[in-house]
Ligand binder design. Structure first.
Ligand SMILES: [Fe+2]
Length: 228
């Protein structure tokens, strides 16, 4: 989906003038243009590759533990068996597939569309089985973030404050609470505090991008069509 279509009815000039680095916005849609970006079937395929064979097929998996801390398949010293992972999922942990833009053509090409306007970016998938899943506590991210709501309902809490180096987060004041679902888009400028509650099973995708260095578009490799 082209960047222009994605943020419509906000225009690109208006985006830069009013929202970029300044203010969040969301666009609710009746249809779901994100239905091909990722599916529950693809998540099922991915997670069934967990710890089979001798090489790591699920290196980008992260899990939000019940205490809100993050477990990384690649980096954490703690190891989980397939059954332990299954139990975490069924007991409400959100699963994150970082760097997931290469998992299918739609997400890959979506990144390419963003990179006409931004520097290098990536897609992180956020998936939860149920309402009230374990999610990250209030935080801010260091990149601009476009949240694609693929399936299910997420309640967003957006705070007024932007992150200041060395600042504290616990006093952030709520600016807006909004429920977003299938087909809805949310933009969060870098540094802006936020958190979520899940109101149902959900798949959402965070497409997040560095600002582009002036005159230096990021040229992602082309997606080759191997299909005969
Ligand atoms: Fe975030």
């Amino acid at each position: 989906m082209k960047f222009e279509e994605l943020i419509s009815p906000i225009g690109v000039d208006e985006f830069h003038l009013r929202y970029k680095d300044k203010k969040h916005f969301y666009i609710k849609r009746e249809d779901n243009p994100f239905s091909k970006h990722f599916s529950w079937g693809e998540l099922d395929n991915y997670l069934n590759q967990y710890n089979i064979g001798t090489w790591d097929r699920t290196p980008q998996l992260q899990v939000v533990l019940p205490d809100g801390n993050k477990w990384c398949k690649k980096k954490s010293t703690q190891k989980y068996t397939r059954t332990e992972l299954w139990n975490l999922w069924n007991n409400g942990s959100s699963f994150i597939l970082t760097l997931s833009e290469f998992l299918n053509e739609t997400m890959w090409k979506q990144c390419q569309e963003f990179e006409k306007h931004y520097g290098v970016g990536q897609a992180n998938l956020y998936c939860s089985k149920s309402r009230d899943a374990h999610c990250f506590p209030i935080h801010a991210d260091s990149t601009d973030n476009f949240l694609f709501h693929v399936s299910g309902t997420v309640r967003w809490y957006i705070y007024k404050e932007f992150e200041v180096k060395g600042g504290r987060t616990e006093n952030a004041t709520l600016e807006e609470v909004v429920d977003l679902n299938d087909g809805d888009l949310l933009y969060i400028p870098k540094g802006k505090y936020h958190r979520v509650d899940t109101l149902s099973p959900r798949i959402s995708i965070s497409f997040h991008f560095q600002d582009r260095a002036v005159g230096k578009p990021y040229n992602r490799r082309n997606w080759y069509n191997w299909k005969p």
